[in-house]
Design a protein around this ligand. Structure first.
Ligand SMILES: CC1=C(CCC(=O)O)c2cc3nc(cc4[nH]c(cc5[nH]c(cc1n2)c(C)c5CCC(=O)O)c(CCC(=O)O)c4C)C(CCC(=O)O)=C3C
Ligand SMILES: [Fe+2]
Length: 383
């Protein structure tokens, strides 16, 4: 691995002003009876067609009604606690979800009861966009509003910056691609294409993602993913000496068919590169932090079946999950933000062309279709 990929986690350990870290995630069902209520939570007020919901419910039932995402977050929680303890960083870590137990509001209430008032928040989404950033901020505002209505003291919550280009996020993915390439038959390995995938979102949401006017078509969402794809592809080339053709493609589209979403879809892409003579493909889910249902169903089940039908050898590379380098990156992000909040000089660690993302989302960043209160940004109604 090149020096530029070296891990620059600082050796300092002062989390002041933070007194706790909250791991904020999506949540998922843990048994067949959870599936429908979970989907109702996810889609409340979002106008997703009934047919799509039935179909997505089937994805979960295929796996016994259990999403792997909660166990993956439990593993990440353990990895964070171990990393912090090993580094001598004394900062308790809690976990709460947007759509399933443990619910964010319950966790935040517990944190306040435990005396925490200044909370750093890590969302399990590395990129800008309404779904990956502002929606989590809206959930934080909702939770704060509930605590306020209950007459409890309100903590201050600071969402840590987007970490798509942090080496602790990028480097494990590079290794994942190398592992997947090694598993391909030697006869097809050198010619293998890399298909970087992320969640499709409406093109209007992509165009509006990030601070208004700072990014062109596709917005911060597409630019950030392109930057990561290029970083991973370049690092793989440096390691193997082979220039693998690559493209950024999309998966998990929902919503009404007449509304444009980001394309091409991974399955259409597999067809296209197969027709163009690609001997094999490695699917690289750079848009996700763990191998949850969108990876397990949309890539490992659906896209893999499509490839089999085409006779195209495919592999799917691992997401970062609970990789210790990712846990160390989270520590780095906490300490970086803590120093910034204290007014101290900070060294921000970021690879690629875009630089480190902002700490505080500016007003109107990643706008919602209908404006709602969002915490942890310049337009937050909370301190
Ligand atoms: C950008 C993005 C991420 C990545 C960032 C992040 O991680 O936050 C993400 C993650 C996830 N999405 C997930 C599940 C679902 N997403 C849905 C619906 C939607 N996602 C969207 C976007 C994203 N989603 C959008 C624009 C919609 C349309 C409705 C709307 O505008 O809100 C639906 C409804 C059915 C359907 O339409 O598919 C489900 C069930 C799970 C859990 C998986 C598990 O259980 O293991 C995870 C991690
Ligand atoms: Fe989603």
């Amino acid at each position: 691995m090149s020096d530029a990929m070296a891990d620059p986690v600082s050796d300092q350990r002062d989390p002041t002003p933070y007194d706790a870290l909250l791991l904020l995630s999506f949540g998922g069902p843990e048994g067949p009876d959870d599936v429908v209520p979970f989907l109702e939570n996810v889609t409340r007020g979002r106008g997703i067609p009934k047919e799509r919901l039935k179909e997505v419910g089937q994805h979960y039932f295929l796996f016994g009604g259990v999403s792997p995402i909660n166990d993956q977050n439990r593993a990440l929680l353990a990895a964070l606690r171990k990393d912090f303890a090993d580094a001598g960083l004394d900062l308790p870590v809690y976990w709460g979800n947007r759509n399933w137990a443990p619910y964010l509001t319950d966790t935040l209430r517990e944190m306040v009861a435990d005396g925490h008032r200044r909370i750093a928040v890590l969302a399990t989404s590395a990129y800008a966009s309404y779904s990956g950033c502002r929606q989590y901020r809206e959930n934080l505002a909702d939770a704060l509003a509930t605590l306020e209505a209950e007459g409890r003291p309100l903590p201050r919550v600071d969402k840590l910056r987007h970490y798509f280009n942090h080496p602790g996020f990028v480097r494990p993915m590079v290794e994942g691609v190398l592992t997947s390439l090694a598993k391909l038959d030697e006869s097809v390995r050198a010619g293998a294409h890399l298909a970087f995938t992320t969640h499709s979102i409406p093109t209007s949401a992509a165009d509006a993602s990030g601070p208004a006017g700072e990014h062109g078509e596709g917005g911060a969402y597409v630019r950030q993913h392109l930057d990561v794809a290029r970083l991973v592809a370049d690092a793989v080339r440096d390691e193997t000496g082979v220039e693998h053709p690559w493209e950024l493609v999309y998966q998990s589209r929902s919503g009404a068919p007449h509304i444009p979403w980001l394309e091409p879809d991974i399955c259409d892409h597999l067809e296209a590169v197969h027709a163009a003579g690609a001997p094999a493909v490695v699917m690289v889910p750079i848009g996700f932090v763990s191998d949850h249902m969108e990876v397990l169903y949309d890539l490992d089940t659906e896209a893999t079946a499509k490839a089999a039908e085409l006779g195209l050898p495919v592999r799917r590379s691992a997401t970062v999950g609970d990789d210790p380098r990712f846990a160390a990156a989270v520590r780095d992000l906490v300490l970086e933000r803590a120093a910034a909040e204290r007014g101290a000089a900070v060294e921000r660690c970021a690879l690629g062309a875009l630089g480190a993302s902002h700490d505080l989302c500016p007003a109107g960043c990643c706008p919602a279709r209908t404006a709602r209160p969002a915490a942890a940004g310049a337009d937050s109604p909370y301190a």
